[in-house]
Design a protein around this ligand. Structure first.
Ligand SMILES: Nc1nc2c(ncn2[C@@H]2O[C@H](COP(=O)(O)OP(=O)(O)OP(=O)(O)O)[C@@H](O)[C@H]2O)c(=O)[nH]1
Ligand SMILES: [Mg+2]
Length: 385
């Protein structure tokens, strides 16, 4: 085999691509007088692959006879010396491979999308590319098909406007947090997976409520798993100048809320729970069974994949989700995931955060703006990227 491979390299040049090797026998009767030989299927260069006539099969027998199959000329005939491909050639090969893969992906999606006309299929494809869940993308294009005339479907501006309206209806928003009780503090808790930005968002909310809206705010943390977590919120509380209570049990939470009766709003920070850790999620529920917050906001990072987000929603549902708050939109690639998440959570969107800066990087969720974000920049003629 080594000898045969060497022969291939020598005859086909050092860019030869080995496609297959096998050891066979030829001649003889019932195993007597058989002559073993090695068959190697190879191409001279990767660029030769789509052209079957330029792909040769070399057979090296024990008698070192070399013959060719499928080639226009036997291999024993003088072979073209293989040229070393230039970097442009390599880049062009990579380009054709990429477009081949893209074509395959497109074809697979095309067949999954059913019998959509080409224009609608393009819209569907773009939606899926922007991380809109397949089922929602289909629903959106079916809506276009149902509600727009053939002429309207050809007008990219009309299509975009229709999609934006449909998406907006799927992005229910709650507006900013505000006191909802006539007496006593309104209690708002932020829950969610680890590291999504709960504490930073609490600081942003507290700073805006205190410094911009001049509300009396109190902070409570039940995140006592890490000293650093308490310290992090303590630092923010000192800077914003609001009281902070650290509690370790549901009873302590109840006491803390009672002590803060002079506050208009109390924001509760919680420890991040992995969506896989059902025990810790249950613990959280025990706190909220004793003191049911007026609003529980599930904090989700927009930078996570649809699957991870859907799993988090599923698990945190046990605690009760009143609002969804998306963080890290500045790191998000596919804004379309927000549609599927709000649908699954059956909750309104409260805020989105767009960076690490406290208190600036937070905005009240706004369906119209988010629909445009999902659709991407508008190109001339109303198309989206
Ligand atoms: N890029 C970006 N980073 C953010 C945003 N919000 C928070 N972060 C960063 O995310 C990291 C984690 O933030 P935390 O607020 O500590 O997250 P957490 O959810 O409280 O984390 P745990 O308490 O450990 O579960 C920090 O580095 C924040 O600065 C955002 O909107 N965009
Ligand atoms: Mg935290």
């Amino acid at each position: 085999m080594a000898e045969a491979l060497e022969l291939v390299k020598r005859q086909f040049g050092r860019d030869a691509v080995i496609l297959n090797t096998r050891t066979l026998t030829r001649g003889g009767l019932l195993g007597i007088g058989e002559r073993p030989y090695v068959e190697i299927t190879a191409a001279r260069r990767i660029s030769d692959l789509p052209a079957p006539l330029r792909r040769d099969t070399i057979r090296v027998g024990l008698d070192r006879r070399v013959c060719a199959e499928g080639a226009a000329t036997p291999v024993s005939a003088p072979l073209q010396p293989a040229a070393t491909p230039s970097s442009e050639e390599v880049l062009s090969e990579l380009g054709s491979l990429r477009s081949l893969v893209n074509d395959l992906v497109r074809e697979t999606r095309r067949s999954q999308a059913g019998n959509l006309p080409d224009a609608l299929y393009e819209t569907y494809r773009k939606l899926v590319e922007r991380a809109v869940a397949d089922e929602i993308a289909r629903w959106l294009v079916e809506g276009l098909r149902r509600e727009l005339t053939a002429e309207q479907l050809r007008d990219a501006k009309v299509v975009r406007a229709h999609l934006a309206r449909a998406m907006e209806s799927m992005l229910p928003t709650s507006g900013p947090v505000r006191p909802v009780r006539t007496s006593g503090p309104t209690v708002i808790a932020l829950i969610g997976p680890t590291g999504v930005g709960k504490t930073t968002t609490i600081a942003k909310l507290a700073a805006n409520l205190c410094l911009r809206e001049h509300r009396k705010v109190g902070l409570v943390t039940i995140d006592t798993y890490r000293i650093a977590a308490v310290e992090q919120l303590k630092t923010y509380a000192q800077i914003i100048d609001v009281p902070l209570e650290v509690v370790v049990s549901p009873a302590e939470l109840e006491d803390a809320i009672t002590r803060m009766q002079d506050r208009e709003m109390i924001l509760i920070d919680t420890a991040g729970r992995s969506q896989r850790d059902c025990e810790k999620i249950k613990e959280l529920k025990e706190f909220f069974d004793v003191v049911r917050p007026d609003e529980v906001h599930l904090v989700l990072s927009g930078a996570c994949s649809e699957g991870v987000l859907q799993e988090a929603i599923q698990r945190f549902r046990a605690v009760g989700i009143d609002r969804v708050l998306f963080t890290k939109l500045d790191e998000t690639v596919g804004f379309g995931v927000m549609l599927g998440c709000l649908k699954k959570a059956e909750a309104q969107l409260s805020y989105v955060t767009t960076g690490q800066d406290v208190p600036e990087d937070i905005q009240v969720g706004e369906g119209k703006a988010l629909a445009q974000l999902i659709l991407g920049r508008e190109r001339q003629g109303g198309e989206h990227d």
